[in-house]
Design a protein around this ligand. Structure first.
Ligand code: ASP
Length: 388
């Protein structure tokens, strides 16, 4: 079967198992100017493999040039993926990863990360790591310098310090402000008291009165948004080089306002990341709890091993998540989950539980196949926005 036909067949089967019509699955898949639907375009774009290839969640777009440059100069695939995610970990504006990541309910930033190196078939990970902005580098050292795979909490911090990493405050002014606002909204003692002139307006009282008005307004709107819709986010990056060697990494600050010690899918080998040098690699962003229950990344790699394309394998893993809720769309709409995958031939794919983010923006992922980094629309299991 041609890839497109096979894909349609697969989605028809999927629609049957979900109890929804194929029409619905393809509802937003209207033909565009060149006669190809966005989904068909994505399939066409990914049908033929290219090596070297590097892909990531959409927040890695601007760093993929760096990763591709390393691949083209013959660096290891693990060097390339870790270099890409380090850019995002260092960026204070990305509040889902590394420095500037939103903290847990106690105001502490706790980071999770994993790496897998295909050619040597090794893995390393850290979870609930505080004070160190590049957990992916620490995960790599767990893989390279220890006989373990996963270090957590104080043990992971001690290991990082013994390896020469320096502690830093991972809260930025913005993430600290967002936490204070969240704390005030959930714990009355953290809001101005009755005798305060500010007691009605909990947020405004936290903002520097000397800021220019437009900046104050932007900050207030952003803080309110993240308090009402606790954001999630992560970066996953996967690469295959010219020879067909594969590596991947996933790094995150996890769910905002989580319970201290909560670990998501990102550092769990087989959930937030999986690489098999004979087959391909997969990773994820979104609600880790759902992914852990289906071992998403491992499921995707095993599905690709049986001959499915990366996109179809991602959809298969998502259908297992939907099955865990008996395909109840109301519950499924409360979260988002996106899977990313590539195979050894350099074919890539990405699929999202819902076709759009809150507000209607389509879910995308970033791809660099040697010419230019670009965003590609994800395939999706269900049409519409998730409400997170
Ligand atoms: N997957 C991450 C976690 O559950 C969060 C995210 O990607 O939004 O920790």
């Amino acid at each position: 079967m041609a890839p497109w036909t096979r894909r349609r067949f697969f989605l028809t089967t999927l629609a049957g198992s979900l109890g929804i019509g194929t029409k619905k699955i393809f509802a937003a898949d209207a033909p565009n100017g060149n006669g190809l639907s966005s989904l068909a375009q994505a399939t066409a774009a990914t049908a033929k493999g290219t090596r070297p290839l590097i892909i990531s969640s959409s927040n890695g777009l601007n760093a993929l040039d760096l990763g591709m440059g390393l691949l083209k100069r013959g660096h290891d695939t693990l060097d390339a993926v870790v270099a890409v995610v380090n850019v995002v970990e260092d960026d204070p504006r990305d509040n889902s990863v590394g420095y500037g990541g939103l903290p847990n309910e106690d105001g502490d930033v706790e980071l999770d990360a994993s790496v897998m190196h295909g050619p040597t078939r090794r893995a390393g990970a850290v979870a609930s790591l505080r004070y160190i902005k590049n957990p992916s580098k620490v995960a790599r050292l767990v893989m390279e310098q220890t006989d373990h795979v996963l270090l957590v909490g104080p043990g992971a911090l001690r290991f990082a310090e013994m390896q020469g990493f320096e502690r830093m405050n991972l809260l930025t002014n913005e993430s600290r402000l967002a936490w204070l606002r969240w704390k005030a909204s959930t714990t009355p003692n953290w809001a101005p008291g009755l005798d305060s002139p500010d007691w009605k307006d909990k947020v405004a009282s936290l903002i520097d009165p000397n800021l220019p008005e437009p900046e104050k307004a932007r900050l207030l709107a952003w803080v309110d948004d993240v308090v009402t819709h606790p954001p999630t986010g992560t970066i996953n990056c996967l690469a295959v080089n010219e020879k067909g060697d594969i590596s991947g990494t996933t790094t995150t600050s996890g769910l905002a306002w989580k319970i201290a010690g909560r670990v998501g899918d990102s550092p769990i080998i087989g959930a937030g990341l999986y690489v098999d040098n004979d087959v391909g690699a997969a990773g994820s962003t979104g609600r880790g709890e759902e992914n852990i229950k289906v071992s998403g990344a491992h499921t995707i790699v095993e599905t690709m091993r049986k001959g499915k394309s990366p996109t179809d394998a991602c959809l298969e893993a998502l259908s297992r998540v939907a099955r865990n809720y008996n395909n109840d769309k109301t519950r499924l709409s409360k979260f988002y989950l996106v899977f990313y995958a590539l195979n050894k031939d350099g074919v890539h794919g990405g699929a999202s539980l819902w076709s759009a983010a809150r507000g209607g923006r389509p879910r995308t992922y970033a791809v660099h196949d040697g010419s230019q980094a670009r965003l590609v629309e994800c395939a999706s299991l269900l049409q519409g926005p998730s409400s997170d």
